[in-house]
Design a protein. Sequence first.
Lengths: 116, 255
Amino acid sequence: MHETSIAMGLLDSLNQMAEREKATKVLKVRVKVGKLSGIVVDSFVFAFNALKEQFPKLSKAELIVEETPIRYRCKGCGKEFEVETVFFPECPECGSVDLELLSGEELEVVDAEIEV
Amino acid sequence: MCDVCGCGQHDHGHEHHHNHFVVSDDTTRKNVEIKKSLLSENERVARSNREHFDRHGILAINLISSPGSGKTTLLEKTIEALKDELKIGVLEGDIETERDAERVRAKGAAAVQLTTGGACHLEAPLVHKGFHALEKQMEGYPDILFIENVGNLVCPSSFYLGEHIRVVLISVPEGEDKPAKYPKAFKTSDVFIITKADLLPYFDFDVEKVKEEALSLNPNLKIFVVSAKTGEGLEEWFNFLREKVQEKKAAKVEG
């Protein structure tokens, strides 16, 4: 359910951005959500669309969510690989568990398209 | 030419078939780069909370668990044991009621109830407000601040409140699969406490297996196994707190 507060926070900050940029409308906003971020994308999109009506400049805004995969780099052999689960990740090449997380925790607003 | 969507259509009098917007000629579109965390406002306030705690040498602890894991009971025991040596302040997060704040006040700690009015987690601005109310109530600063989050093992883990130590609790009756099912709470915590250890003989709860799974998610977790009923493991927990409070005070003196 925290998706609702995060969606509300996004709408607030977009609204401020729209004022600052003297936009008449925000058309699109792109966000990156990592699979380890703890956000359920469907709930987030649902909340965004349900709440955007409260902001006249945002009522037509389309939310584009890019889900980023969980990627690691093996500190042993340097192999980069993707996994589906958060559990016991290990290098498919050499079996090492000493890994560096490359992506998966993103929770970022990338950019927005506005009409001025 | 529609150079925004690049569809090659010159006539803007219609709706494009692939979900693009129609732009009238007297407006311009532009792309604004944002590159900001979705949680940036919460994080900004959380950082300012943390600076405030650091400035006054306060150790802040965020307690996260499901409803009924024993957060408040552990706090009651902790207050009883430490209230003569440390000043303790508590922020009690709940959706409704003052009950938990009343419980910890009865044990001798200052407490402010934060009611979220429906939200399933605490956010940094509410902690900020609550802490100022607590300062007033205490007429000063605590040595240790406990922030008891809303009972929920999911959402609170996404919201940094400015704490120094995040503690996740699982009680024995909840079952041993919790780290696996709620990985984020374990990945983002510093301490893991298994509560209601007196019930271990009655449940299929393999402590070693749970520890192993939790550590596979987060190798830096410090783990305690406690029972508020029998007192098992509590002294280790109290000593850990004493040590962390001393570290915090020393850091303040140096700073």
